[in-house]
Design a protein around this ligand. Sequence first.
Ligand code: NAP
Length: 300
Amino acid sequence: MMLTGMHVAIIGGDARQLEVIRKLVELDAKLSLVGFDQLAHHFTGAVKLPIDEVDFADLDAIILPVHGTTLDGNVNSVFSQEPIPFTEEMVQKTMKRCTIYSGISNSYLDDLVRKTGRKHVQLFERDDVAIYNSIPTAEGTIMMVIQHTDFTIHGSHVAVLGLGRVGMTVARTFAALGAKVKVGARRSEHLARITEMGLVPFHLNDLEKEVRDIDICINTIPHLIVTASVIAKMPAHTLIIDLASKPGGTDFRYAEKRGVKAILAPGLPGVVAPKTAGQIIANVLAQLLYQDLQKREENK
Ligand code: NAP
């Protein structure tokens, strides 16, 4: 599988994007790198250039950072001081088949994609990416718990909320470290799976009752679930780690008032394992670009 003949622009990003560059260079893609001027490393086959010198009409794909753009249409790069504008006008110059890739989206990017009619792939919506990313997320959660407790994970009582891609990995990982793990869910097939995993299931309707004896609560549900009345039932020493996307699922104001330590911990893969997180993105991107290339050859 090679990407010979594909022209890809990589615009901005952080350390994760270096793995993407490395992978695509290895696969022989032609790369235009924007926003990497402070990066000393030179990649063979990759040209660093400012955004206004990109040959948009020649591009097969545009790779944006995980966060896509800012709400006012700039792309952030940790390897450049300059803000990088990313506009509808630029995308209009591309060929119809040019695909835009990012991790997640926002209203600016959605609007640009709608107006230009280009295909946009949000990598973080993919099941495979979410499952791979759950591994560094669970490791980051272990780090946070160790930092904020004076007792071992082994032997502690942990409640994990949600049995999605993150919840399942986190529950399994804490159980493997010797914690006594119970998992809260609302679907009966999830309760069945929790049982099969050798963990203790409970229905989220019983959350207030179930938190009375816990040491650690790890939430993965992107919805207000750790409410004031739930926090009021927890032992005072309970540590809450909220992994759900901002603003999380915890009433942080009440937690603080009650003196229960509650921490919102977003973006753990990029923090604890940027190299792995970058490789996860790079591997999936390589496959998707290869599919784009095959489609292009078929349509010739
Ligand atoms: P997921 O697979 O969709 O799982 C979400 C879980 O939440 C599902 O089990 C779902 O159960 C449950 N849920 C959703 N809404 C609910 C509600 N109103 N009441 C009860 N349960 C509800 O998502 P994921 O991939 O595990 O990700 C979970 C969250 O973590 C997301 O917000 C994601 O952005 C975030 N995340 C954070 C990090 C980090 O570093 N902190 C890393 C990766 C992901 P049902 O099936 O019953 O709906």
